[in-house]
Design a protein around this ligand. Structure first.
Ligand code: HEM
Length: 404
């Protein structure tokens, strides 16, 4: 790629290999005005970290990016409103609730899917496991019927497409808006019912949670559940696929993880750094701000390239290499807002589901390794990644020896 030309995040070359483009951007074009998305594109680690951490970078971009399909969610809130509403939901995703209520749900859903292919010696891990597992977990956690899985899968695919619709395709917009209406018709009667008769499930927790007299409205609960399908489904799906791909591509590291399962969080964290599920997150500064390469005017959209920041050589030695033992990735804080990678964002919107995702990965990867010995790529080589906004292989065909 010619260093004189700024890479175009909507070009076919970029979709094929964003990592080469990220290098050119970090080195020679740290601030690009990208007309088709009407946004500034930033790629250096220090700029992306600032955009996530400094309050001047608001998340008002979600007013148009997500609110039309979800309704108003914590993603677009700030200040006291954000902290109150985030606290209402956060406890369900950590500590006692996570360990006691949801670990059995995670174990059961993962084991059930593995049972479907464990005896066969081959699997497309994306189709038969990764796209189903996290969404089944959320649906189960919410206390909704898993038999509606296909419905949820269709909804989250159209919502995700709406979010990633950088080129403004009208059909994608229409499908996203139709999904919002369908989801509302589906969920609001269930929310009303759980308000009256709460159980132990996550939806009941959301219906009854209260801090200083503040409760979530029915619309807010519906919006949050809709957000969960995307935020917790697509992302974790891609994370599992990429962790397995990275491990199978590095047999000695796969062996280390097989022998010592306490290395799974490190393999996951290194995957989040090298091949993150979410490559782009937007922000909207409330005032003019100086970043590498110039000024971003108040109110403009900034596209923060997580995938580029996470490979910045100023931050990580040998950044394009997968190394679950790397000393420059802080493994002890990789799932907290003190992380030194950007895959979960940072600051006040740091992913509320990071610990849930880690638990799903710990259980899922461990169960997969228990069931599958001698794992190889069926096609002889690692499959290519796919996607610009979110990214992972579209299929991961593996051949293995079933364990007895
Ligand atoms: C590997 C898996 C995951 C990745 C890579 C990921 C990534 C992210 C990122 C980048 C953000 C920040 C968005 C922004 O600031 O604009 C975020 C926020 C969020 N995530 Fe995750 N996520 C994952 C798993 C989950 C799971 C399992 C859940 C819940 C079921 C979840 C729920 C949320 C929510 C509710 C927010 C909004 C937090 C706020 O605005 O305060 N995520 N996630």
């Amino acid at each position: 790629m010619n260093a004189a030309t700024a890479p175009d995040i909507l070009s076919p070359e970029f979709a094929e290999d964003p990592y080469s483009a990220y290098r050119v951007m970090r080195e020679s074009h740290p601030l690009i005005w990208h007309e088709p998305t009407a946004s500034y594109v930033i790629s250096r680690y220090r700029d992306v970290v600032r955009a996530f951490k400094e309050p001047v970078f608001t998340s008002r971009n979600y007013d148009w990016q997500l609110e039309p399909v979800h309704g108003r969610t914590i993603l677009q809130m700030d200040g006291r409103e954000h902290s109150t509403k985030r606290n209402l939901v956060a406890s369900a995703f950590r500590g006692k609730d996570l360990a006691e209520k949801f670990v059995p749900v995670i174990e059961r859903n993962s084991a059930g899917l593995i049972d479907g292919f464990r005896a066969t010696g081959s699997v497309d891990l994306v189709a038969e496991y990764a796209t189903r597992f996290p969404i089944d977990v959320i649906v189960d956690m919410l206390g909704l019927p898993t038999s509606d899985h296909d419905l949820f899968h269709r909804w989250y695919t159209t919502i995700m497409a709406f979010l990633a619709n950088l080129s403004g395709d009208e059909e994608v917009t229409r499908a996203g808006l139709a999904t919002k209406a369908e989801f509302e018709d589906y969920l609001l009667p269930i929310v009303a019912e759980r308000r009256q008769h709460p159980g132990e499930d996550l939806l009941s927790v959301l219906c009854t949670a209260e801090i200083d007299g503040v409760v979530m409205t029915e619309q807010e609960i519906k919006a949050f559940c809709s957000l969960l399908l995307v935020a917790g489904g697509e992302t974790t799906d891609k994370a599992i696929t990429s962790v397995m791909r990275n491990l199978v591509a590095h047999p000695e590291q796969l062996r280390a993880v097989r022998d010592d399962r306490s290395l799974i969080p490190a393999a996951f964290a290194e995957t989040l750094r090298l091949t993150p599920p979410v490559h782009m997150i937007m922000r909207q500064p409330a005032e003019d701000v100086e970043l590498s390469g110039g000024t971003v005017e108040a109110g403009r959209t900034v596209t923060c390239l997580i995938g580029a920041a996470n490979r910045d050589p100023e931050q990580y030695a040998d950044p394009d290499t997968f190394d679950l033992h790397r000393p420059d990735l802080d493994m002890s804080r990789a799932y907290t807002a003190g992380a030194n990678h950007t895959a979960f964002a940072l600051g006040r919107h740091f992913c509320v589901g990071a610990l849930l995702a880690r638990t799903e990965l710990e259980i899922g990867i461990s169960q997969l390794l228990d069931a599958m010995d001698d794992i190889r790529f069926t096609d002889g080589a690692a499959p290519p990644e796919h996607g610009v906004f979110t990214r992972a292989p579209q299929s991961l065909r593996l051949t293995f020896t079933p364990t007895s």
